[in-house]
Write a protein that binds this ligand. Structure first.
Ligand code: SAH
Ligand code: SF4
Length: 354
């Protein structure tokens, strides 16, 4: 499939300090200016370079760079939940494609939920993004720009710092591996947004080669694996890419990640009434994760137009959790947030944000 993101010229917000320095020295400018420019680009006024006075040689170099200098992300819609703690934005990109970005507010800190692709090719049946299909990958700059956008809004609405990132918006992050790693390296830089790898969670539907590559990264990001079912037959019905990367391969990749990164893995399990919320499902999950350091996060299904399944009953959710806890598997129930603005897990689709 053609990757249209490659047709978008590289912008300065897609570059690390080292990338910018390399470009500057190739043009005969001192590499020391790279940090000044990086700070200006990743300050609280995203994209507004005019707000920072720049040394004349740097300003001249900048004026000679091909436009656009930074990724175009323009607010095209905004909604907030009734309690005001979750905000969702529809952002328009340079080619008119639209993505969604969410900010979740907790006391004293903010978390951004970023998109990594326009649409998604994985086709999970219960997910609004999966239902819209794959359009294109996001560039590193477009991922960074979302984080800057949320950091800026966090400051405007209460002054809390953006502390955590979750890649749980539209798209499968590990299917856009290089762009995601480049974006996270930029976001983690202490001279910029300074959100370290331990505060960044990468959620995957089970992209096995991506998990193996993540296992070898020098930065220790948190891994979230969206499992949802413990037999291949059941999982393939919910998460079709399970046909390509079945459960045994997925668990092998998880073991490799755990061994190399020495980090607990979060297992996401979306609970659907009568499908994967029974005691036998919980028992199968327990045997599957035996010997692996995991925490299970249970997510009652959020309803989407394209899927007929029902949310698990509250009693079944707690019974499922109890069974896991009794078997020694840590398990939490994900707080349902932003449901009234369709910003809950799996509800991010362009059509529902106006
Ligand atoms: N593509 C990645 C990250 C984005 S989806 C992944 O699949 O992990 C973020 C999380 O929302 C995943 O755990 C996904 O399984 C879950 N999810 C998707 N649709 C949902 C829905 N309708 N209700 C509840 N959770 C859902
Ligand atoms: Fe893609 Fe994740 Fe949705 Fe599956 S749940 S379709 S992987 S965004």
């Amino acid at each position: 499939m053609m990757d249209h993101s490659r047709l978008i010229p590289p912008t300065l917000d897609s570059m690390t300090v080292a990338d910018i320095a390399a470009r500057m020295t190739a043009d005969g400018l001192a590499a020391a200016h790279a940090v000044t420019l990086f700070r200006a680009l990743h300050s609280d006024l995203p994209g507004d370079l005019s707000a920072t006075p720049l040394p004349p040689p740097l300003a001249r170099w900048l004026a000679a760079q091909p436009a656009p200098l930074v990724s175009h992300v323009e607010q095209a819609g905004a909604t907030s939940s009734d309690d005001g703690r979750t905000m969702k934005w529809l952002l328009r990109l340079a080619d008119e494609q639209r993505i969604e970005t969410v900010m979740m507010g907790y006391p004293g800190r903010r978390t951004a939920c970023l998109s990594t692709q326009v649409g998604c090719a994985m086709g999970c049946v219960f997910c609004a993004t999966g239902q819209m299909g794959f359009v294109r990958n996001l560039t590193p700059g477009e991922i960074v720009a979302q984080a800057l956008f949320v950091a800026c809004r966090a400051r405007e609405t209460g002054g809390d710092r953006l502390r955590n990132l979750v890649l749980m918006g539209m798209g499968e992050p590990l299917a856009n591996f290089d762009a995601v790693m480049q974006a996270l390296a930029i976001i983690a830089d202490p001279r910029g947004l300074n959100i370290g790898p331990s505060r960044i969670s990468i959620s995957t539907a089970g992209h096995v080669p991506g998990i193996r590559r993540l296992a070898c990264q020098p930065r220790r990001y948190r891994l979230v694996v969206s499992l949802h079912a413990a037999t291949d037959e059941e999982r393939t019905a919910l998460v079709p890419i399970n046909r390509r990367w079945p459960i045994a391969d997925l668990m092998d990749a998880c073991r490799e990640y755990a061994a190399r990164q020495q980090r607990r893995i979060l297992v996401a399990w979306t609970l659907i009434a009568g499908q994967n919320d029974r005691a036998e499902d919980a028992r199968r999950l327990v045997s599957l994760v035996r010997g692996l350091d995991v925490q299970v996060n249970l997510i009652p299904l959020n309803l989407t137009d394209g899927y007929a399944g029902a949310t698990a009953a509250a009693a079944d959710v707690t019974a499922f959790q109890r069974l896991l806890l009794d078997a020694g598997v840590p398990a939490t129930i994900r707080q349902r947030r932003g449901i009234d603005v369709a910003a809950g897990c799996g509800q991010l689709a362009v059509s529902d944000c106006t």
